[in-house]
Write a protein that binds this ligand. Sequence first.
Ligand code: PAF
Length: 262
Amino acid sequence: MSRRIETSADLRAWRQSQAAAPGFVPTLGGLHGGHQSLIQRSLDENEQTVVSLFLNPTQFDCADDLAAYPAVLDDDLALLDRMGVAAVFVPSHRALYPDGFAYRVVETRLARELEGAHRPGHFEGVLSVVLKLFELVRPGRAYFGEKDWQQLQLIRGMVDAFFLPVEIVPCPIVRASDGLALSSRNRRLAPPARERAAQLYRTLCRSGSADEAIEALRSAGFAVDYVVDRDQRRLAAVVLDGVRLIDNIPLPTQQARLPGGS
Ligand code: PAF
């Protein structure tokens, strides 16, 4: 049975009773197959795994987006129990923000671009809560999905900048059979939109350039926030039927583009 912990004091006490640093998977709840792959990886690589379920309000720039986030705590807890997670941290807002978010982590470059440009303050909320969680859990390894590519780079940067003693483990995107990247937001897509949503991944894979991808996505009825090539990846954010979706794919390397490259 997973141990359910709700306060920072109880989490610190539990952590002190553990000889080895646990693996850690922070989440907003609403667990899906993507989360399960991170948790399974942590279970495979660490003696103990801690998962946090905390719908962090400071990273939502839009109240409707926060309100629409799936609240399925009982299902999440039952899943974590079945998977064999040692401890589940389910803090209240007050438990994590005794300062009312007066103190926060600000990154001044990458956090202002792409997702940060479209969701002002988003990464301040993400980095602040992740730093708090790292301090309480003190994990040896922490697992993050590559779907949130920019988030992953910023968390790595924060770990380097503040000399945090944790290894960040990037985990591949998990996709549905039609290619759509798994996300808690997918549940909000009505069936016809859910079917069309798979075009995002297909378009990113098939288009020659980022501009061609933008063109094709717009013709298919997506509102495009951005499609850009960066860090050898094509990163995209779109809105379909009021639901914002992000995705990214690795770009072929120069070598693979040359005749005879594989
Ligand atoms: O990726 C997420 O689910 C969230 O941004 C995280 C890392 C749990 C912080 O709230």
